[in-house]
Structure formats: structure tokens, C-alpha cells
Design a protein around this ligand. Structure first.
Ligand SMILES: [Zn+2]
Length: 135
């Protein structure tokens, strides 16, 4: 189950970044995953919850954006969608060639990590009216 290894990496990166930022909690993790990545989102989420237990990311919500699989025609540069299971979609709709390179669909990265920051330092809680208690 390769979701385990991928999730391990994601948890490590998220926890490291959150701790470096002084986060007390990670609220959400935004991920971009290409459709060619053979990832079962349910399993991925369950692995994440399991591995993040006891870390600042244990309550984080995973927000996954899937990127469709597209290719770029080597002859005319046209970008089109491909369904690997349907051979008729492998042909360039623009010029009819079947000579292409991968354009998108293999992505796997973290776009954003939403954190709950550290509690505001005492001094910032002091407004004008409490100025005399701020020492
Ligand atoms: Zn073409």
C-alpha cells in the first residue's frame, strides 16, 4: 500500500512546517494530486489521520484537488485529455497524430497548510484602557 509511504512524507513535511511556524494546530492541508497518481483518497485520508495522531496535525482536514490527465501533442502542441482505458482518446483531436508527451496528471504536492498560530503574546492583549497594567 504505497499510500502509507506518501502519507508519511506528507505528515513529516506538514508537521515540520507547522512547528517551524510556531503553530499550535494544523487546521487543513491542501494537496494537489494528479489523476495518474494511483491514490485512493479514502485510504490516504485514513493513513493521514493515523500517522498524524499525537502531532500538531492530528485534527487537520485534507483538502485534495485532483488534476486531470492531459497530454501535449508532439506534432501540433495541442493539449488534450486522455483516458488510459479508452484507446480512442489517445489520438490528438486536432491533427490525428498519436505522438504525445505527458502534460499533467502526475502531480503530488502540498499547496497550502492552514495553521492556528501560537497564542498572542501577553503584551499584544493590552489595549489602551489597560495600558497601566502592562507594566
Ligand atoms: Zn496534434
Amino acid at each position: 500500500m504505497h499510500e502509507m509511504a506518501l502519507t508519511r512524507n506528507v505528515v513529516d513535511v506538514v508537521v515540520e512546517a507547522a512547528e517551524a511556524a510556531g503553530a499550535v494546530e494544523v487546521r487543513a492541508v491542501h494537496l494537489t494530486i494528479g489523476y495518474m497518481r494511483d491514490i485512493v483518497e479514502d485510504i490516504f485520508e485514513r493513513c493521514f489521520t493515523y500517522m498524524a495522531r499525537g502531532t500538531v496535525a492530528e485534527k487537520a482536514e485534507l483538502v485534495i484537488t485532483r488534476v486531470p490527465f492531459t497530454v501535449r501533442c508532439n506534432k501540433c502542441d495541442h493539449v488534450y485529455y486522455i483516458d488510459v482505458n479508452k484507446e480512442e482518446t489517445w489520438v490528438c483531436p486536432s491533427c490525428g497524430e498519436r505522438d504525445y508527451k505527458l502534460n499533467s496528471g502526475m502531480e503530488f504536492y502540498i499547496n497550502d497548510i492552514e495553521i492556528v498560530g501560537p497564542a498572542a503574546p501577553e503584551v499584544e492583549a493590552c489595549g489602551q484602557e489597560k495600558a497601566d497594567t502592562c507594566g
